[in-house]
Ligand binder design. Structure first.
Ligand code: C5P
Length: 288
């Protein structure tokens, strides 16, 4: 039996550089893993893939990315036996936090260990990229610049450890919809990734906080103004910066100290109908 964490992520920057021939968008995004994680427990079984998920309503069959990840690696590596995967969900679904990708990444790592396949990180990332753009990042974690469609990774200096409040409004956002809406109305402002990465290398969290930026935020916010409300609320409650993650709708706030973050989380629970999580930034895979 193998137990693996699949961590959530936020995008500290997200830029779109253009539309690719394959229909995806060329992006440049600084991604950051969080301590908030799903847990996957993988157990060998005679044959087939079975899945249990402790969240009612979430598909526990071949539509689930963890199921597809297990099937892919078994197929590629000629694994004849099967696996049972039990997922404990903590990352909210369809939230812009890569919860599905986290589970797929954990399934790939879990299968690699369970069946002692000896696949390198690079090989796991190549498999992961076939299933979703965020999966290579979810495999590696830490603070990373992701380019291409999100699968080409460059490790960066770790973002200084910071407390994070996540507030997910009760709306669902489809990633393809967000990208299509971006194409219809591309915003004029783009993040300065180079300046962000320089600030990161200096360990300058205050400058990083000034430079966070996500081109999908105005797009999703136009359809869901609650995102702007949450952003302002985060700042009112002491966040050093606040922004929407990925294609949304979750808004994150970064906090210098745990007390302020806990108070802000409490205020969100009192004042809004958001699903609220208090967590912190996390290092690359295998680190805290
Ligand atoms: O790769 P993934 O399955 O996570 O992507 C989901 C959808 O998001 C894609 O089908 C595409 O519509 C959009 N997308 C994109 N450009 C990217 C990543 C995702 O257009 N770089």
């Amino acid at each position: 039996m193998v137990t693996i964490l699949g961590r959530a992520k936020i995008n500290l920057t997200l830029d779109i550089l253009g539309l690719r021939d394959d229909g995806y968008h060329e992006i440049a995004t600084v991604m950051q893993s969080l301590a908030l994680a799903d847990t996957l427990t993988l157990t060998r079984q005679e044959e087939g893939i079975t899945l249990t998920v402790d969240l009612p309503g979430l598909e526990a069959d071949e539509r689930n990315l963890a199921h597809r990840a297990a099937a892919l690696i078994m197929n590629e590596c000629g694994v004849r036996n099967g696996v049972h995967i039990a997922i404990t969900k903590r990352i909210p679904v369809a939230a812009g936090l890569a919860g599905g990708s986290a589970d797929a990444a954990a399934a790939l790592r879990g299968m690699n260990e369970l069946y002692e396949l000896g696949l390198s990180d690079e090989c796991l990332c190549d498999l992961g990229a076939k299933l979703g753009s965020d999966i290579p990042f979810s495999l590696m974690g830490g603070t990373v610049l992701a380019t291409g469609r999100g699968e080409a990774l460059q490790s960066l200096t770790d973002f200084p450890q910071t407390f994070v409040v996540l507030a997910k409004p009760p709306v669902a956002v489809s990633t393809p919809w967000a990208y299509r809406s971006y194409d219809a109305h591309p915003p004029e402002y783009h993040p300065d990734n180079a300046a962000f990465i320089e600030a990161l290398a200096r360990g300058d969290r205050e400058s990083c906080a000034q430079l966070i930026s996500n081109v999908l935020e105005p797009v999703t916010e136009a359809a869901h103004p609650v995102i702007g409300d949450y952003r302002v609320r985060m700042l009112t409650h002491g966040a050093i910066c606040a922004m929407m993650s990925g294609s949304g709708p979750t808004v994150f706030g970064l906090f210098a100290d745990e007390r302020t973050a806990a108070d802000a989380a409490e205020a969100f629970r009192r004042e809004t109908d958001a699903a609220v999580y208090l967590t912190r930034t996390a290092g690359r895979y295998g680190q805290q």
